[in-house]
Design a protein around this ligand. Structure first.
Ligand SMILES: [Zn+2]
Length: 257
């Protein structure tokens, strides 16, 4: 297991990669569960992801309460992360983003679906969470308390990602590298899917193809992407550990509905 220093450096790298790949801009955030205390997670203070340092990172409990050092104001939307870590014990990383190509799918009823093999991890049943359904027509669309975070987590269910109407999306993974990989290919898929839809009728990956890709995907694939992305943001590449333990499968992820 990575020690805490290395894990926080990995979280800095994840922030830099997601900013460089256009998934995060000045806003959005990525967190990682504390492997030594599964009831807490690490997330930067409210700062643009491209310039985050390890000294900006704070620790929060699963109701979004800050514990430990407080280098600055926390993200108001830390409850997204809290609600999901509470609901999904196997999830160790969460990316909340306003990734530009996914927004049109959150407001039109057109389904975001994988059209290319690298994008299979986004899944073939992506829901859209609409904050107004439970919290009314007068919110500012942000997830600013734990009730909202829990409602979002319930919509996500056992899936890899959910869209958020008029706001963005949230992606989860068993590790930072997996969540970053899925988020990068989510944004690419959304852009390519809109181009394909403009050309004509689209043939999407079938559920069987998506399942086969998930079964066959190994740590090697994530590592190849991660190493390249580290190079692009001038961060050190540290080979990853891909032992996720038992009991994790696509079926598990779908079980929550
Ligand atoms: Zn947001």
């Amino acid at each position: 297991m990575m020690d805490q220093h290395d894990l926080l450096e990995e979280l800095v790298t994840a922030n830099r990669i997601l900013a460089n790949e256009g998934v995060l801009d000045s806003f959005g955030h990525v967190s990682v569960r504390n492997p030594e205390n599964p009831n807490s997670f690490f997330l930067s203070r409210a700062r643009a992801p491209a310039i985050i340092e390890a000294s900006d990172i704070m620790e929060f409990t699963l109701d979004g309460t800050s514990i430990g050092a407080e280098p600055g104001k926390p993200y108001s939307e830390r409850f997204i992360h809290a609600g999901i870590y509470e609901a999904r014990p196997e999830v160790n990383a969460v990316v909340h983003n306003h990734s530009p190509s996914v927004i049109p799918f959150s407001v039109t009823g057109k389904k975001l679906r994988p059209i290319m093999h690298m994008c299979a991890p986004i899944g073939d049943d992506i829901p859209t969470w609409d904050i107004s359904h439970k919290f009314g027509e007068s919110t500012n669309l942000l997830v600013t308390n734990i009730d909202m975070g829990r409602d979002l987590a319930a919509c996500l269910g056992g899936r890899t990602m959910t869209l958020m109407r008029g706001h963005g999306s949230t992606v989860v993974g068993r590790s930072l590298r997996e969540a970053v990989f899925t988020a990068v290919y989510m944004e690419l898929n959304a852009g390519m899917q809109m181009k394909a839809m403009a050309l004509g009728e689209v043939t999407y990956l079938s559920p069987g193809e998506i399942a086969a890709i998930e079964r066959g995907r190994a740590g090697f694939t994530f590592e190849r992407g991660w190493e390249n992305w580290c190079h692009e943001v001038d961060r050190p590449y540290v080979p990853g550990n891909w032992d996720f333990g038992e009991g994790y499968s696509r079926a598990d992820r779908q079980a929550g509905g």
